[in-house]
Design a protein around this ligand. Structure first.
Ligand code: PLP
Ligand SMILES: N[C@@H](CCOP(=O)(O)O)C(=O)O
Length: 470
């Protein structure tokens, strides 16, 4: 499979190249040259497979010649062997129409583990083929950081520098990152928001002074391999609910648009998806873009769902590219306008194309709290604040009839409630406890540096510690 940039000017790469490159050199994001498509019979044949095998089958067309099928299956077996639930991503029924897909049974208790456990192994596999060292630079609003650190801590040929917005992640999220003391792990708390951190990360990929000396790599969802691994659980859930003979809707708590874009990819591959519900908190750029065509970033408002406190939503570019007929020059111009003015408008074709599959909703603090309460009182589930935003949107669309009554609605449960105990306790009176496997988190030593939120300071820090390319 070949990978092309959304901005049309970067070299075409294979899967291995795109995985190690992260962001394309023209500032765009890599996407497969075409969407692989399964027939109805091929999808039906996936029903009942163990998760690791399903994962290998769904990922194989994207991986192409970069790995043999047998090796891919070994890696998926290893990656998903670390999950604490045998089903890896178990599906639970909440009421006659609402379902919950629990994505938080990995080592760091959020959906990011599903992709990052795999990505860590892919890095090791591909780096083992050359003398290259990789300098991973990532930005996190809380969950990507810990999942990526867990996936690469102690691995040779990889350093990881993880930027988080100081004071804007939960205590559990921070400690899951800062208590990993492996010498290749470097946590950086910056003054600023996740968007500021993400902008610095993207800038580093195009800073010649850095890229001449270091191979900069990505663990954020700008890296295609992240999204590829996330496509799998859409198949896993829909197959259990009757796909390919029955369509399913998904409600996805959204920030950087990676998780829900993976759902879009599943639909392009032939999975019958009735609707993708994009659920945001008050940082609602995606809700505004999808409902009015206005893609303009305001300032980030801190919320009780901090991992979604994002206003510049990287993966939206991948959708805009597809909906613009894959015209890299057009996306280049649109993104240049967005980068200069922090605002741009979707074209009619992009709005209409998006409306065919996506709907969106936004939840404020009260609506989120009510959804947490509903989960506990009506279904006996403690929902984390991000998941609750998905539930709010799922129930609203079911109630309005925009999703037909016979279509199951699956909300992606993106984090374990114990990552955000205060918000859950405020709404339910119950404080979720951490699972045993992370039980002594609050006794462990922390290591993290505080840096000013300016690019030069961060780049100098990385350059001072990272291993050269080879
Ligand atoms: C718990 C949680 N839910 C939802 C999201 C949103 O996912 P995405 O950025 O892929 O839209 C994130 C991170 O972004 C998250 O950490
Ligand atoms: N929610 C994320 C931020 C977005 O990151 P991405 O890695 O999915 O692009 C986080 O928790 O860090």
């Amino acid at each position: 499979m070949d990978y092309i940039s959304t901005r049309g000017q970067a070299p075409v790469l294979d899967f291995e190249g795109a995985t190690l490159a992260g962001l394309a050199s023209d500032g765009g994001l890599y996407v497969p040259r075409e969407w692989p498509r399964f027939t109805k019979e091929e999808i039906a044949a996936l029903a009942g497979l163990p998760y690791a095998e399903l994962a290998a089958k769904v990922m194989a067309p994207f991986v192409g010649d970069s790995l043999s099928y047998d090796r891919l299956l070994e890696l998926t077996t290893q990656a998903y062997g670390r999950f604490s639930h045998a089903a890896v991503t178990p599906l639970k029924q909440l009421d006659h129409q609402q379902w919950l897909l629990e994505l938080f049974h990995g080592p760091t208790l959020a959906f990011k583990d599903v992709a990052l456990q795999m990505l860590g192994l892919l890095f090791e596999e591909f780096l083992g083929r050359s003398t290259q060292n990789l300098t991973i630079v990532g930005a996190t609003s809380g969950d990507t950081g810990s999942a990526a650190i867990d996936a690469v801590a102690g691995r040779s040929k990889v350093d990881i520098f993880m930027l988080h917005p100081k004071g804007r992640v939960s205590d559990v999220q921070r400690r899951q990152m800062t208590t990993v003391l492996a010498p290749n792990v470097h946590n950086i708390a910056i003054d600023g928001s996740f968007d500021d951190a993400q902008a610095m990360v993207k800038r580093m990929f195009n800073d010649k002074a850095m890229t001449d000396r270091f191979s900069i790599g990505a663990v954020n969802s700008i890296n295609w391999a992240r999204l590829m691994a996330q496509v799998v659980y859409y198949f896993a859930a829909a197959l259990q609910l009757g796909a390919p003979h029955r369509a399913v809707a998904f409600s996805v708590p959204t920030g950087n648009f990676g998780d829900v874009f993976a759902g879009y990819v599943a639909a392009q591959m032939g999975l019958p998806i009735a609707k993708l519900i994009v659920a945001t908190n008050v940082n609602d750029i995606l809700h505004r873009a999808l409902s009015t065509g206005d893609y303009s970033a305001g300032t980030v408002t801190p919320t009780a769902a901090p991992s979604m406190d994002i206003q510049v939503s990287s993966n939206f570019e991948r959708l805009l590219f597809d909906l613009a007929g894959r015209d890299g020059a057009a996306i280049n111009a649109q993104m240049a306008q967005f980068e200069a003015e922090k605002a741009m408008s979707l074209t009619n074709a992009q709005r209409e194309g998006a409306a065919a599959l996506f709907v969106s909703a936004r939840a404020d603090a009260d609506e989120m709290a009510q959804a947490i309460r509903w989960g506990w009182e009506s279904a006996g589930e403690l929902l984390d604040p991000h998941t609750a935003i998905g539930i709010h949107a799922a129930r609203a669309f079911a109630a309005s009839g925009d999703v037909a009554a016979d279509v199951p609605v699956v909300t992606l449960a993106t984090a374990h409630p114990a990552k955000f105990p205060e918000a859950v306790e405020r709404s339910t009176g119950h404080r979720p406890g951490l699972p045993d496997r992370v039980g002594d988190l609050f006794e462990r030593e922390e290591r993290c540096v505080d840096l000013a939120g300016d690019y030069d300071t961060v780049a100098a820090y990385v350059a001072g510690l990272a291993a050269p390319k080879v």
